[in-house]
Design a protein around this ligand. Structure first.
Ligand code: PEP
Length: 255
């Protein structure tokens, strides 16, 4: 186990489960959660589930997260949720810049930067997603691509704010596809990101920043991915919807 960086396992339920189903899933996870939990477990359900989740996990080792937020404080933005609404509920984290938000809802680096600032201003903790599409990986320009995402959305932060950010590297070609980045590919990119953080901030900040991997993590590949030097846990989509599978991933991170 890395002594400086406690691992994080975060579940992204996306637009899945009703509140009733979600409640059962949380109960199953809580029931079998290892007693000696030396990693952080986060659950990001749909917005409608957050009051239930916050209540259920109170006094437990599980943290809550929203999957998105709006960048403005309030106003005429039909269908949107503000950071103040989330913090009022007692939510801990907010996922920002997930590739589905970028691709399906046209969020660019500038909007993601504004969302990040809003999350931090509200006292919430951001999970900042980055990662390249398949054509960029095939042209071997993924480092340039990810570096630009960091520069344009993240590296404007002051060191003290940056220290609150958790990064999730999620190659788009691996999300929901069943194709996982190899442990070597994940390690290579995580090391690259950590190097860029050291250059922008300093060595201490780079060594204490948690960088999660996301993309088709399952119980059977989690351990190898999490054992890479610069992989500090995972953001788990599909496999987090099954309590037994998700608990195995938690054990892989905490074991
Ligand atoms: C995700 O949605 O962040 C994700 C990594 O999904 P999956 O695990 O299903 O690839």
């Amino acid at each position: 186990m890395n002594e400086i960086r406690k691992k994080i396992v975060a579940a992204n339920w996306k637009m899945n489960t009703t509140v009733t189903q979600g409640e059962k899933l949380v109960e199953d996870i809580l029931l079998h959660l290892p007693g000696e939990l030396n990693c952080t477990v986060i659950i990001a359900p749909p917005f409608t589930h957050l009051p239930m989740l916050v209540k259920k996990v109170e006094g437990t080792k599980i943290c809550s997260a929203a999957q998105n937020c709006h960048q403005d404080k309030s106003g005429a933005f039909t269908g949107e949720i503000s950071v103040d609404m989330l913090s009022d509920l007692g939510v801990n984290y907010v996922i920002i810049g997930h590739s589905e938000r970028r691709q399906l809802f046209h969020e660019d680096n500038e909007i993601i930067k504004l969302k990040l600032d809003a999350v931090l201003a509200a006292g919430l903790l951001p999970i900042f997603c980055c990662g390249e599409p398949l054509d960029i990986r095939e042209s071997e320009t993924q480092n340039i691509f990810v570096h630009q995402q960091l520069e344009e959305s993240l590296f404007h932060l002051h060191k003290d704010d940056f220290a609150k950010v958790c990064i999730a590297y999620e190659p788009i070609w691996a999300i929901g596809t069943g194709v996982t980045a190899s442990p070597e590919q994940a390690q290579e990119m995580h090391m690259f990101i950590r190097d860029k953080i050291a250059i922008r901030y300093n060595k201490f900040v780079s060594e204490t920043t948690r960088i999660l991997y996301g993309g088709s993590i399952k119980a059977d590949n989690a351990k190898t991915l999490f054992s890479q030097d610069d992989v500090d846990g995972g953001l788990v989509g599909g496999a987090s919807l099954n309590s037994a599978g998700f608990l195995d991933i938690i054990r892989a991170a905490c074991g």
